[in-house]
Design a protein around this ligand. Structure first.
Ligand SMILES: C[C@H](O)CC(=O)SCCNC(=O)CCNC(=O)[C@H](O)C(C)(C)COP(=O)(O)OP(=O)(O)OC[C@H]1O[C@@H](n2cnc3c(N)ncnc32)[C@H](O)[C@@H]1OP(=O)(O)O
Length: 724
């Protein structure tokens, strides 16, 4: 087993190799930072050391500062948990070291990892090494001098791009940008780095302190122009988040007042921004996403995922073709089945269009696109199903049709074959009712468009085997989705939790609130669009079918709104036919359509729920809460029924499936930050005023009254709220 810590090994050549070992990513945990300081001091002191090489064990230089420390800071508010690295270790110990230091970088150098490397006097890397400063995705800014050294090494425009987009580059590009001094194969990395360090000691290679460089910064006016454009951009793309603008300010400080002053400002600002709600939310999402890979009694019982090479997709419509695209792009052969050649051709054409789209956007090379399409085979019968490892059925939501298909595929597929249904509503037990294969049947709920949206809800029934769940989780990861394993219920975790979202918005409209105002409030909160624009986008037919399912399953909390029928009768179907709540014109943003207002008035007349016949008066905050608290309430029921393994799975599902703003940490995390008590009291008040739709669930009531966070595991029901 690899040992955690920092080691020093001095060779006959007089080079001390200092190695970081903290698997799996060599995160810079506090003891590692202390170890680095100690080993650098030792190397500096020792007479037999002429030069130093800094590297990481296990093929990865470092994934950056230990993010667990941020979580501890968030839990305790104790900022002193973060050591002074940027001046003490980076400037005083490494950059100003009296002996040359060369970084030997392999695999990845991210965040604090790249910052350590940039503090060295030269950098040697292996090919295909990831280099990046992704700190903004955690709601903080690069903190070990990264805001200062990266612009000095690669120039301001590229540095700003790498920081603001949090997008790593490969070492090949790093070499072109002079971030990397030499690119060498893995087996030569240490040898070349040692020689390089000795050459610097002998003054045969330049001894460069990045912080002192100014040659790549350009003029002050150029720099200000670049930063101004970046700020304008950030205001549009990173609404509600402070770290982008703060990062640009810190970069500017160093350009105007010198690198060292920039480092001081960076250190000061870092300690403030790490305490922001944004950072709390984003760090939570980082760990929550990784937690979804851990499913009790599935991933912890020693099972090995089986290799899935060939998948059959039944149905080449929007979902089927999207799913097939995702599989093909990850090198999994696909057999696409349709019922006639016309539909088959349409399915294949949409897969081709999806793949072409990636090429056009520069996300895929033509070679890889050709390769992906070469492993697609279209069929009209089941003869090619005899050697598939998995079937994903993606036909329309018709129970009888799905049941017939599952009876058929059970007979034609090999016994090991996983049988998955892509459904958003149909009960998994009912789908497999006429088969004797319930142990290998499960739901694979993709979100539309399936080749783009990252969430995969894996729905298990009580009979689905752990092996089959693990296999689908592995395929999900292979096709770059985030699989979240959930239980079987109407709407599963995501649609079930979010069905009150549209309902809540409809009630508000019928209570007299302007629908465009509701949309504005929700999108300023951070969702990409409000509920009515979303309805326009998905088409009213879908919404109507789904509402029917929920009305049957949860009649106590369904609002029977006649609005959708009135809209459909009036020839409106949202964006699809260009007639919705908004007007859609090519090339411009959707505009509110005033001609929809008489239809809304008619719907209000029919429901007649405005108290005293007058529109209610509410603040924007109340609008937000009246739409989102019912969602929280349903999330509580989902938690109570054990539909998800843990509360944070719902956070990830809401972020990736519903585009709930990640910087608010997901629906349950957000509710906990607002306070379960406030959610409960508000719902109770609205129940009295407007009816049972708002009635708090028993789970919410219990947690609120006992002061327990909604995210606390059931077993620790006495755990008091301690996170904030
Ligand atoms: C002051 C400084 O400027 C601030 C910083 O440096 S902040 C940190 C900046 N670094 C980052 O943001 C990188 C975060 N990590 C990643 O993006 C990815 O983990 C990675 C690309 C390094 C590796 O990805 P991948 O191989 O898919 O493995 P992944 O499952 O993500 O991580 C493996 C494990 O390492 C942990 N890990 C990864 N990076 C970590 C970090 N920086 N700190 C602590 N743990 C980390 C993960 O939590 C996970 O733990 P688990 O197995 O217990 O769930």
């Amino acid at each position: 087993m690899a040992v955690t810590g920092v080691t020093i090994d001095v060779g006959n050549d007089g080079v001390a190799v200092i190695s970081i070992s903290n698997p799996p990513v060599n995160a810079l945990a506090i003891p590692i930072i202390a170890g680095l300081k100690e080993k650098f001091d030792e190397a500096t002191r020792r007479g037999d050391v002429k030069a130093i090489v800094l590297t990481g064990k296990g093929g990865r230089f470092s994934g950056g500062f230990d993010i667990n420390v941020f979580q501890k800071v968030h839990a305790t508010g104790d900022i002193s948990l973060i050591p002074d690295v940027s001046v003490d270790l980076l400037v005083n110990t490494i950059e100003d070291c009296t002996k040359p230091v060369v970084a030997a970088v392999e695999g990845l150098a991210l965040g604090g990892g790249l910052e350590l490397a940039m503090g060295c006097h030269a950098r040697i890397a292996t090919p295909k090494t990831q280099l990046g400063l992704p700190e903004l995705t955690l709601g903080v800014i690069p903190g070990f001098g990264g805001t200062q050294r990266l612009p000095r090494l690669v120039g301001l425009p590229k540095a700003v791009e790498m920081m603001i987009l949090s997008k790593p580059i490969m070492s090949e590009e790093g070499k072109k940008l002079d971030l990397i001094d030499a690119l060498v194969p893995s087996q030569e990395l240490l040898k070349v780095a040692r020689l390089w360090a000795i050459d610097i000691a002998k003054m045969q290679k330049p001894w460069i302190r990045s912080l002192h460089r100014t040659d790549k910064l350009g003029s002050l006016s150029e720099a200000r122009e670049i930063l101004k454009t970046a700020r304008e951009q950030a205001k549009k793309t990173a609404r509600n988040m402070p770290q982008h603008l703060v990062c640009l300010d810190v970069i500017e400080e160093g350009i105007v007042h010198g690198g060292y002053n920039g480092v001081l400002k960076e250190a000061k600002v870092f300690k403030e921004i790490v305490l922001s709600d944004t950072s709390k939310g984003l760090v939570h999402v980082f760990f929550a996403q990784r937690a979804t890979s851990k499913v009790p009694k599935v991933t912890d019982i020693g099972l090995k995922p089986r290799h899935v090479k060939k998948v059959a997709v039944i149905g080449g419509g929007l979902m089927g073709s999207g799913i097939a695209t995702a599989l093909l792009l990850s090198n999994i052969s696909v057999v696409l089945k349709e019922i006639n050649s016309e539909y088959l051709l349409m399915g294949i054409k949409s897969i081709e269009a999806n793949v072409r789209g990636f090429v056009t956007r520069g996300k895929l090379t033509q070679d890889r696109a050709d390769k992906a399409l070469s492993i697609l085979r279209g069929v009209l019968d089941y003869s090619d199903f005899k050697d598939v490892d998995m079937v994903i059925e993606a036909v329309i939501e018709n129970v009888a049709l799905k049941q017939t298909i599952f009876s058929e595929i059970e007979k034609v597929c090999p016994p090991h074959c996983i049988l998955a249904t892509n459904t958003s509503t149909v009960d998994i037990n009912i789908v497999g009712k006429n088969t004797s294969s319930q142990d290998r049947i499960l739901g694979a709920h993709f979100f539309s468009p399936a080749h783009v949206m990252p969430l995969l809800e894996i729905v298990r029934s009580e009979k689905t085997s752990a092996q089959v769940i693990l296999d689908l989780m592995t395929v999900g990861k292979a096709i770059k989705k985030v699989p979240v394993v959930v239980g079987n219920c109407t709407g599963f975790a995501v649609n079930r939790t979010f069905f009150p979202y549209t309902q809540g918005a409809h009630i508000l409209v019928h209570l007299g609130v302007d629908l465009f105002r509701i949309d504005r409030v929700i999108s300023s909160f951070g969702l990409p669009m409000g509920p009515f624009q979303l309805m326009d986008l998905s088409g009213y037919g879908v919404g109507k079918a789904v509402s029917k399912e929920f009305a049957t399953a949860f009649p106590d909390r369904t609002f029977p709104s006649p609005l959708v029928d009135l809209l459909l009768n009036g020839g409106r179907n949202g964006k699809a036919n260009g007639k919705g709540f908004y007007v859609y014109e090519k090339g411009s943003k959707p505009k509110p359509d005033p001609s929809v207002l008489p239809i809304i008035d008619e719907s209000r007349r029919l429901t007649n729920i405005m108290p005293g016949g007058k529109p209610i008066s509410v603040t924007d905050q109340e609008i937000l809460e009246m739409v989102l608290f019912p969602v929280v309430n349903e999330a509580c029921r989902v938690l109570d029924e054990g539909i998800v393994v843990r509360a944070s799975d719902l956070d990830i599902a809401s972020v990736l499936g519903m585009s709930f703003p990640s910087y608010r940490g997901g629906i349950v995390f957000w509710a906990d930050s607002v306070g379960p008590n406030h959610v409960y009291n508000s719902l109770k008040k609205w129940t009295q005023l407007y009816g049972n739709f708002y009635k708090p669930s028993s789970f919410l009531e219990e947690r609120a009254t006992k002061g327990i966070q909604l995210s606390a595991p059931a077993s620790s029901s006495l755990a008091s709220s301690s996170r904030m």
